[in-house]
Design a protein around this ligand. Structure first.
Ligand SMILES: [Fe+2]
Length: 470
């Protein structure tokens, strides 16, 4: 396979390469480890996982410093993976895959639900713990040096939730960690959680009861507020318990409900505004900030939720693939509530958006970086930088290669918001390998690249841990 579809084939090899070959010049100030997460095994025995989000999580670490790059990759030893390998078949319910169960097994599963701990979406550092995250509230701790799995984080609190975002926010000034979670039942409840580590129990900062919960992959945060964007992808919570379908297949697209934004004040958890907009769907909030009597909320959106269907593996491996990218949409949410207006900020396609988090989160900002699509039908074939106010775009592209999420790392003495580099893992199917690409974030010119001896399947998210022990 010499096109992007190589990125949806399994990688089973685990490597440690102390010194990758490096071409170009790594910035002398760049020191730390990029740790990325994503699925790497899409079948067990003769069973296939259904969806890109379902494959077994694998961590990839690129340690950069003193002009050199070391690489290591390792599967997350989740219970979901271990049970599947032991049994020779899919063992736990994933986002869009359920194990084959006997009738007895299905009945039993109502009483002993085993949500997946296949933490394939993101990584984070919670206090001193490095964790892999997915959308069940079971972060898996790992050793940042060896990538060996330590085990599930045992929360010492009374917080009871069924799902949890893989995109927590860190307040730039306080370091406080905020997360979105949901519990399904009567009533179902959205919860904003503060803190989530072994050392520090979580507390519920806000709770909002809801009759028909919606699927939300991420949320927005300003200096004073959090924003829940309720796309009209809706679930009857009883269906989650009783229908026996994979998680996401219980959700229904009900565009007549429109999109509802819930603006919640961090100080006291009060919902201060509820705003409405036309139906849309998004995975990723880019950023949000306060401006006068409104909250500006930037999201990568799609006209509807069919993007979830487009990311089933049989579709991704077919001859009718998805671009895999949406568009930057800016919502203006009146703090008095009511109708939210929105505009598409750019015609350039975008996904896996990243910003200068330490500086821009929750504040007015200039730039978003992400993957893009130059040739529709060629999946994500370029890196995009957008000026969020004007929509002006710059791109990096190399024919026949497929970049992943670009992680922005700021120059330690930088004054401009784009002073720094972007780190992206780029798939080169023809060469049967991926490479770490270092781009100057201001110019999108290549600074360096370091090829890895194997092709890395398309992943989701990663973080750069500056000066970390990894
Ligand atoms: Fe995500």
């Amino acid at each position: 396979m010499t096109d992007y579809r190589r990125g949806f084939e399994s990688l089973r090899q685990e490597l440690h390469e102390p010194a990758l070959p490096v071409s170009g010049q790594l910035p002398d100030w760049l020191s730390g480890t990029l740790i990325r997460n994503g699925p790497a095994q899409f079948e067990v025995g003769d069973q296939d996982y259904n969806h890109w989000f379902d494959g077994h999580a694998m961590l990839h670490a690129f340690r950069v410093g003193e002009g050199a790059v070391a690489y290591r990759n390792r599967f997350v030893a989740s219970k979901s993976r271990q049970e599947a390998l032991e049994q020779g078949e899919i063992a736990r319910s994933e986002f869009a895959t359920d194990p084959c169960r006997s009738i007895f097994g299905r009945v039993m599963s109502l009483f002993t639900p085993a949500p997946t701990d296949n933490a394939s979406i993101n990584v984070a550092r919670l206090d001193n713990a490095y964790v892999a995250l997915t959308e069940t509230p079971l972060p898996v701790r790992f050793d940042p040096e060896t990538l060996e799995t330590v085990g599930a984080v045992a929360f010492e609190d009374e917080v009871d939730v069924d799902t949890s975002t893989a995109h927590p926010h860190v307040e730039p000034d306080t370091g406080r960690l905020l997360s979105y979670a949901a519990s399904f039942g009567r009533p179902s409840v959205y919860k904003i959680l503060e803190g989530s580590s072994e050392e520090r129990a979580r507390t519920v900062m806000a709770r909002l009861e809801v009759d028909r919960p919606r699927y939300m992959h991420s949320f927005g945060m300003t200096e004073r507020y959090v924003v829940l964007s309720e796309w009209p992808l809706v679930v009857n919570p009883l269906d989650l318990l009783l229908r026996g379908e994979p998680f996401i297949e219980n959700f229904e697209w009900q565009p007549e409900r429109g999109t509802r934004f819930r603006v919640v004040r961090k100080r006291d958890g009060a919902e201060v505004a509820t705003c409405h907009a036309e139906a849309a769907f998004g995975f990723h909030h880019v950023n949000a900030f306060e401006r006068g009597e409104e909250v500006v909320c930037d999201v990568v959106t799609y006209p509807d939720a069919s993007i979830i269907d487009d990311l089933y593996l049989d579709r991704l491996r077919s001859d009718a693939p998805t671009p895999g990218t949406g568009h930057l949409r800016r919502y203006r949410l009146p703090l008095a509530g009511g109708t939210a207006t929105s505009t598409r900020q750019s015609d350039e396609r975008l996904e896996l958006p990243r910003i200068h988090e330490g500086r821009a989160t929750g504040r007015p900002y200039q730039y978003v970086y992400g993957v893009g699509t130059q040739n529709v039908g060629d999946f994500t074939d370029q890196i995009v930088k957008l000026e969020v106010e004007t929509g002006a775009a710059a791109t990096w592209q190399e024919a026949g290669t497929y970049p992943g999420e670009p992680v922005f790392v700021p120059h330690p003495d930088g004054t401009d918001e784009d002073a720094g580099v972007l780190l992206s893992v780029v798939l080169d199917p023809t060469a049967e390998q991926s490479f770490l690409l270092v781009l100057d974030a201001a110019s999108l010119e290549e600074r360096a690249r370091a090829p890895v001896p194997h092709a890395i399947p398309f992943g989701f998210h990663g973080q750069f841990f500056g000066g970390a022990g990894a």
